[in-house]
Design a protein. Structure first.
Length: 356
């Protein structure tokens, strides 16, 4: 039977696993990509990793995410991460929207969803003894410096998209990266310049956790920009995936391993790079990365033969029950990925793993 997972290893990760095996104690960073409903397919991996495997090998770890990835990593930092991930998966799959909906409605719905996921216990997320959360957001500058009418925002993003096609570094004229991080972790590995984007660093607190998480998932023209975030520079905040879609970050700066459960077996730097395959990351930043993603055979076994995605809201229309049913089935199937990686981690077959 075909494996439900694909494994990719950077050169340094391969050498370390060949020498010492796949040890939970070696995992220093867990990234989590933006991607909306696609992230649901990692539910099984999240519950296994944070519910037992990593939990049984305590050490300080950096959990870094954008959009749904930030929501997943926040759930991972609860005292009971499995219960938090179950809340997130259930509530996310159960979202319902009328046929005609505006950005304000979607923002209110997502804010209410986050309130239920956090369950009034957001302080747990920031007080975890080992896991330090970083939430990546985007702050608009230039034409995107202020939120306003839909047409103004659309014009700003058209300018940003056109600039990005010419060169990714030109996107830095429209957006800045803002990292909301655990106050006990100075995010030193991200502070030294590694790309063209200006970056700001803001400590997470009870006053800004929910707003940071909402901003990190605020897709332009689908949700409203988040403004007035406590402790952060003023301005309009958007989905962190605009700059860091698959989190192409300087992982090689950490001596430990990076365990990256991902819904794809490649890294696209920014959301606007999705249609530009030559932008996929293949550099030294991935040398210590262990990436686990669904295999083609696994994807073919899912409802509609694909990952859940945002287009499903249109595909299923007002048949909310059918979409929720199929997304819930995909969430259940995700346990097969966790089981397969658990077996692999016990006895790593390096021939099964490809490079980047």
């Amino acid at each position: 039977m075909a494996s439900p997972i694909t494994i990719r290893l950077g050169a340094r990760a391969r050498q370390r696993i060949a020498a010492d095996g796949m040890q939970a104690a070696d995992v220093a960073i867990v990234p989590a990509a933006a991607g909306g409903p696609k992230g649901l397919i990692l539910h099984g991996m999240d519950c296994w990793m944070f519910g037992s495997w990593l939990k049984d090998a305590p050490r300080q770890r950096k959990l870094v995410g954008a959009s749904i990835g930030a929501w997943r990593m926040a759930a991972s930092a609860f005292h009971d991460p499995v219960a938090a991930h179950q809340r997130l998966a259930r509530l996310y799959a159960a979202q319902r929207y009328p046929a005609k909906v505006d950005a304000a409605y979607v923002s209110r719905t997502c804010r209410a969803l986050l309130d239920e996921v956090l369950d009034g216990r957001g302080a747990e997320v920031m007080a975890h003894p080992d896991h330090h959360l970083s939430v990546i957001t985007v702050r608009g500058i230039g034409a995107l410096a202020q939120s306003g009418t839909r047409w103004r925002e659309m014009a700003g993003f058209i300018i940003a998209a056109a600039s990005n096609v010419v060169a990714r570094k030109r996107l830095a004229g429209s957006m800045e990266r803002v990292v909301f991080h655990n106050a006990r972790d100075d995010s030193a590995w991200l502070r030294q310049e590694f790309d063209a984007f200006s970056s700001h660093f803001v400590g997470l607190s009870d006053a800004n956790l929910r707003d940071a998480l909402l901003a990190s998932g605020s897709i332009p023209l689908v949700l409203e920009a988040v403004t007035g975030i406590a402790g952060a520079p003023p301005g309009a905040y958007w989905d962190g995936g605009l700059i860091d879609y698959h989190l192409h970050l300087p992982y090689q700066r950490d001596p430990g391993l990076v365990l990256y459960p991902h819904f794809a077996d490649y890294i696209v730097p920014g959301w606007l790079d999705k249609s530009l395959p030559w932008r996929r990351a293949r550099d030294a930043a991935l040398e210590n990365v262990v990436m686990v993603s669904p295999s083609p055979a696994f994807l073919a076994s899912l409802p509609n033969g694909k990952l859940p995605d945002r287009r499903d809201f249109t595909f299923y229309g007002q048949d909310h029950a059918a979409r929720t049913r199929d997304w819930t089935r995909a969430i259940g199937e995700s346990e097969r990925m966790a089981e397969a990686f658990a077996r692999w981690s016990e006895k790593p077959d390096l021939q099964q793993a490809r490079g980047f």
